[in-house]
Structures are given as C-alpha cells and as structure tokens.
Design a protein around this ligand. Structure first.
Ligand SMILES: Cc1cc2nc3c(=O)[nH]c(=O)nc-3n(C[C@H](O)[C@H](O)[C@H](O)COP(=O)(O)OP(=O)(O)OC[C@H]3O[C@@H](n4cnc5c(N)ncnc54)[C@H](O)[C@@H]3O)c2cc1C
Length: 428
C-alpha cells in the first residue's frame, strides 16, 4: 500500500514536469517562429538547398511529431529542408481500430487528415513508400530517388493480419471500407472467435460482446493470462472485465486451424470451438527492412533497429541516420505512442543540433510513467494502468464516448473534427 502511495506521488511529479516541458516547448517554438518572421520576412534558400534534405520516413506518432519539431526549429534561411515520406493519405489513429471494427458509423474518424500540424510551407510532403535506404539517398517503390543529409527512420511496425491492429491500406476510403466490412462480419457472426489476448484482442472481444449480448464470443490466448506483458493486477482486471461481460476466455491454447466450411476452430489441445468468424489480433512486426541492405548488423533478431542513446543508428558508418518510435530498439517491453513521441523529440532535437554543426546530442532515457495503458473493457468501462518494479496503479473509469474521444486527437493534429475533404461518395 505504501509503495502505491509513493508511486502515485511520483506520477503526480512526473505529470507536472511533463506539463511544464510541453508548455516550455510550445512557448519556445512560438517565440522562434515570431522571431524568424521578423528577422527573415522574405527568406531565400541557398542555391544548393535541393541536396540538403532532412528526410523523415513515416508520419505517425513519431515521424509526424519529429517533422513538426525539425521544421519549426530551422530558421527560414537554413540550407536544410524537411521532406516527409509517408504512403498513407491520412494519419492512421490505430488506437481506435479495435472499437471501430465493432461499432458502426465512426470509422471515418480513425483516419485524420494530415493538416496544419506541420505548416505546409515548411515541409515537402511525398505520399510514397520507401523501398530501401542507401548511403546518401532513399529509393522509393516508384523508382524515385531523394538525397538526404540527415535521415530519420520512423517506420513503426506493421501487423501481418491487418485489422484490428493496422488497416494495411494507404487510402482513407479503403480503410473505411475495410472497417465497415469487419463490422458487418462481426454483426453477422453468431459465434465469434478472437485470437490474441493483448490489448487489441481484449478490447475487440469486450466491445463485440457488449454490443451483441446474445453472440457467443470466445477469446483464445496462448499464455496463461491476458495482457501478459503487463502487471498482474491489470491481467486480473482485464480477465474480470471480459468475464463480467460474458466473454469466454480460453488461456494457454493456440489456434491450430480453422475450418471455414465446418464453422469450427481447432485449438492446440485438440478442442474445437464453434466459429462463424475468426479475428487474429496477433503481434506486430517492426518495419525495418528498408535498412537491411545498408546496415544489416543494425537489425536485431526481433526486427527492431539498434540505436545509441542519442537515437542514432548503432552503426558508426551512418551517424546521420536516426531512428525513433516502435521500430527502434530502446528496451521498452510495451512500446506505445508516448514512447514514440518522447523519442521523436530527442531524435528531432539532435538532428537540428547536428544540422547547426553542434556536437552536443541529447540522450533518450525511457520513463516508467510513459508505459501507461488505457484499456477499454466494453463500451462503457476502461482501466488505466501504470506500473513500476512490480507496483501497479489502476484507475478504473466509466466511459461515455463511443468514439473514444477521437475529436481531441483531431484537434491535437491541428484539424477540426471531423471535417475532411474526403467524401462519403468515394467509398461507394
Ligand atoms: C490497435 C492498437 C491500439 C493502440 N493503442 C494505444 C494506446 O491506447 N496508447 C498508446 O500510447 N499506444 C497505443 N498503441 C501503440 C501505438 O499506436 C504505437 O506505439 C505507435 O503508433 C508507434 O508510432 P510510430 O510512429 O513509431 O509507428 P507507427 O504508428 O507504426 O507508424 C509508422 C508509419 O511509418 C510509415 N511507414 C512504414 N514503412 C514505411 C516505408 N517503407 N516508407 C514510408 N513510410 C513508411 C507507416 O505508413 C506509418 O504511418 C496502439 C497500437 C495498436 C496497433
């Protein structure tokens, strides 16, 4: 009990410090922008600027945030310019995918327009996919080559099974269609089997059972506890939340095969469960292959990219390549968007320092409070969890927004919820 009180106190201090750090950065950025406008009313780029690119690959939590920091930190007469390469038409707000796989009529909110968050005049935006990175250039899948002075790899991770973890498509209209198809299939299924007891599987199974009370929802997980990568108290709370809703949880079993015609799924013990629709909510894979020819030694067995504490890639031949977010091997057990953004801050600041010819580099140190998770347990309940060295803090809450406060995320990324030039007709 005493440890919990201490942890709570530390969390309060951490939150105050984090709040002041956000405030200071916002004020500094705003002051810098005002000064630059006054000092350089008609900025001109030096002749050679076309070669002095700072390329950011991937514009999700890590890359989009880093793009903003770098773009707003460089003075207008800087020879450097920021180039963002991202295949998605919209920011994919993955957190709400499990919910919108089940609940209808909010799916368009999961794809947020890339908008005013990074002022358009400060970046060159390339909607494309990088095929590989070479020593001084990146090669896109369309064959185009773009030179770089500095490179930030923020390619995150991808899910081999698509939804509910990733949409697996680039255009919003296609993502919306996939979510709607998933909603329909879940609605039609009498017996739903969800494989994987991590956050996505727990949330999806709980939502499906909550919305469709007469459906048979089974969650199969290979470990002895759901949410096994987190603390025991969260594991217990998640299991209770599922069982209270009536989800059947089968632990310590793997899916062996699915008989679509016979409408059954066979588990490792030989047990068969009835199954009209099966959803894989498995793990994710770091998207590091673009560096496999340039620096194979930097790719860990898990597929992450090894980094130095400065978030430069762990290969002294490439001190101008930085990595942040889910793809970086920074030692977190449960990497999340907060880690990604903290790392983005360090990597972006370090690139700006290096571009200004400074030798100083900041170091990334993970903080336990960043490993927070908010897990929904049905449509009207959630539990927020913090943990450190075996001590856990759980904050249960009542939820009353089916769209999981997506509007706040739209505002965070500088756009008005839910205004988007993307039209419904495009999905037809
Ligand atoms: C279902 C789900 C729910 C989650 N819920 C939460 C939550 O509640 N709270 C939380 O903090 N975290 C949550 N997370 C984790 C969080 O989403 C990730 O930690 C975060 O997205 C990592 O951000 P990132 O920028 O490193 O990578 P990603 O979000 O994976 O983005 C990588 C970007 O790189 C782009 N990219 C990839 N390859 C290439 C290439 N070759 N060329 C160009 N671009 C490329 C991709 O298109 C993508 O936009 C959740 C994750 C999932 C899947």
């Amino acid at each position: 009990m005493f440890e919990k009180k201490i942890l709570l106190l530390r969390l309060v201090f951490y939150s105050i410090r984090a709040y002041f750090s956000i405030l200071t950065r916002a004020l500094t950025t705003s002051f810098k922008r005002t000064y630059y406008q006054f000092r350089f009313p008609n900025p001109t780029k030096p002749e050679d600027s076309k070669d002095k690119n700072i390329i950011i690959i991937g514009a999700s939590f890590a890359g989009y945030f880093a793009a903003k920091i770098i773009a707003t930190s460089l003075p207008p007469n800087s020879p450097f310019r920021v180039v963002v390469i991202e295949p998605h038409s919209h920011f994919n707000f993955t957190w709400v995918f499990p919910r919108f796989c089940v609940v209808k009529e909010h799916e368009h909110k999961a794809f947020i327009p890339y908008g005013r968050y990074v002022p358009a005049e400060l970046v060159r935006w390339v909607q494309a996919r990088v095929e590989r990175v070479e020593k001084e250039q990146v090669v896109l899948t369309n064959g185009q080559r773009i030179l770089y002075e500095y490179l930030l790899v923020a390619t995150g991770s991808g899910a081999t099974d698509g939804l509910p973890s990733r949409a697996g498509v680039d255009e919003k209209k296609d993502g919306v269609v996939l979510l709607r198809e998933m909603q329909d299939r879940i609605e039609e299924a009498r017996h739903l089997v969800v494989v994987g007891g991590g956050a996505a599987g727990v949330e999806l199974a709980a939502d499906a059972k909550h919305l469709y009370r007469d459906k048979n929802v089974v969650l199969v997980h290979s470990r002895q506890a759901v949410m096994n990568r987190f603390g025991v108290e969260l594991q217990v709370a998640a299991l209770k939340g599922l069982e209270d809703l009536g989800v059947e949880v089968i632990l310590g079993e793997r899916l062996v095969s699915e008989n679509v015609e016979g409408k059954t799924a066979t588990l490792s013990s030989g047990r068969e469960v009835r199954c009209d629709f099966l959803i894989h909510c498995g793990g994710q894979k770091p998207s590091s292959s673009i560096l496999s020819s340039l620096t194979p030694s930097s790719i860990t067995p898990s597929g992450h990219l090894s980094v130095k504490p400065t978030l430069q890639i762990l290969d002294n031949n490439h001190p101008n390549i930085y990595v942040c977010g889910d793809v970086a091997d920074t030692g977190e057990h449960n990497p999340n968007a907060r880690h990604a953004m903290q790392q983005a801050k360090i990597a972006a600041d370090n690139i700006v320092l290096a571009a200004r010819g400074k030798s100083k580099q900041y170091k990334y140190k993970p903080h336990w409070a960043e490993s927070v998770i908010k897990l929904t347990l049905g449509l009207d309940k959630s539990v927020t969890h913090f943990g450190k060295d075996g001590t856990e803090l759980l904050f249960p809450a009542v939820e009353n927004d089916l769209a999981l406060m997506c509007d706040g995320s739209w505002r965070h990324w500088g756009v008005v919820p839910f205004e988007d030039e993307y039209g419904e007709s495009k999905t037809d």
